[in-house]
Design a protein around this ligand. Structure first.
Ligand code: F6P
Length: 357
């Protein structure tokens, strides 16, 4: 009898999701004794038992498509808005899983999805996951798919801002996404040749940033490009927030302060300052070849593990190899940029201001 596997995409969408679905699906369908269904809109579709059959025709021609053909949501199994209340719907999900006679479930998502998938594994379900996120903050994988595409989009923005900043002799600040981490800002800032890069991992001092810009002015450079991660905070704010609890810290980090930073830099440097908040364009459109290859290799290897009836792992990319990592290891911790990361060294060695000294 054919084995039934379910697949879903959860959390913010990311380029590469469709090529991952395609890779898992084609590998399983190629094995003949598997049938694949896709639950719609993440864990919500699993809870409401809404799914489509993913046959070969359905999986055809989707490798170039951005977003997710299955839809996504940020709903969590144990905290789902239902009828105006937040409910723990884990039991309903477990019931649907068994009612459909699933052999297992593949969940594609970022840090939150890894945690939620682990919860479902603890509830007795066979679960495998793949790491996707433009933030690149999933632990135990060198990189998640979606990051490369987002970095390309953000780098192009930095490139384009150079010419207009130069024409008008302005400071231009580009805010990237990234949630609580700075990978996207660091990657695109360095690749785009930004003069200042501000990251959540390194609280900044506005005066240090202003001094770096004034130094450039003295050297005859009439414009400056600042790339700031949405979660970056000033040293003074970090001090206040350290006295608050963790949840408030995260919420505060995710409220944009870039317009205030611009006003402060304008005041400290006397130079006209403009802001570009890149937003959701970073998550849109077709995946880069790198993201297609990464999601394809993670997806095919995931399906190979499923064929061996191996469950309870996230497929990760480590040192050029695809490896399974137990879900309990990836559920929870966030992959921040380590203080000694080689890209931070490169930035400092070239005189890029990181806002701290
Ligand atoms: O996790 C991906 C991400 O795009 C973050 O960079 C950003 O902070 C967040 O999602 C935005 O979330 P939402 O799509 O719920 O607005």
């Amino acid at each position: 009898m054919s084995k039934l596997v379910g697949i879903l995409t959860s959390g913010g969408d990311t380029p590469g999701l469709n090529s991952a679905i395609r890779a898992v699906g084609k590998t399983l369908l190629h094995a003949d004794d598997y049938t694949l269904i896709g639950f719609l809109d993440g864990y919500r579709g699993l809870m409401e038992n809404r799914f489509v059959e993913l046959n070969d025709a359905f999986l055809s021609g989707i490798i170039t498509r951005g977003g997710t053909i299955l839809g996504s949501s940020r709903d969590k199994p144990h905290k789902m808005p239902v009828g105006g209340k937040i409910m723990d719907m884990t039991d309903v999900i477990v019931e649907n899983y068994h009612k459909n006679h699933l052999s297992g479930l593949v969940c594609l998502g970022g840090g939150g999805t890894q945690k939620n998938s682990y919860r479902l594994a603890q509830a007795g379900l066979n679960v495998m996951t793949l790491p996707k996120t433009i933030d690149n903050d999933v632990m135990h994988t060198d990189v998640s798919f979606g990051y490369d595409t987002a970095m390309m989009i953000a780098t192009e923005a930095v490139d384009r801002l150079h010419s207009t900043a130069s024409s008008h002799h302005r400071i231009i600040i580009l805010e990237t996404m990234g949630h609580k981490v700075g990978w996207l800002a660091l990657g695109s800032g360095l690749a785009g040749g930004a003069d200042v890069i501000l990251l959540p991992e390194i609280p900044y001092d506005e005066q240090v940033v202003a001094d770096a810009i004034l130094r450039r002015t003295r050297e005859g450079k009439k414009f400056s490009i600042v790339v700031v991660a949405e979660g970056a905070i000033s040293k003074s704010m970090a001090k206040v927030l350290d006295e608050e609890n963790g949840k408030e810290k995260v919420e505060a980090m995710l409220k944009t302060r870039t317009p205030q930073l611009a006003a402060k830099l304008e005041q400290l440097t006397g130079r006209e300052t403009r802001v570009t908040i890149l937003g959701y364009v970073q998550r849109g459109g077709t995946p880069t070849p790198y993201d297609r290859l990464l999601s394809t290799s993670l997806g095919t290897r995931c399906a190979e593990e499923i064929k061996k009836d191996k469950w309870g792992f996230m497929m990760a990319y480590q040192d050029t190899k695809i490896v399974p990592v137990p879900l309990e290891k990836v559920a929870g911790p966030v992959k921040y940029i380590p203080k000694n990361h080689y890209l931070l060294d490169s930035a400092r060695n070239m005189g890029v201001c990181l806002g701290d000294k």
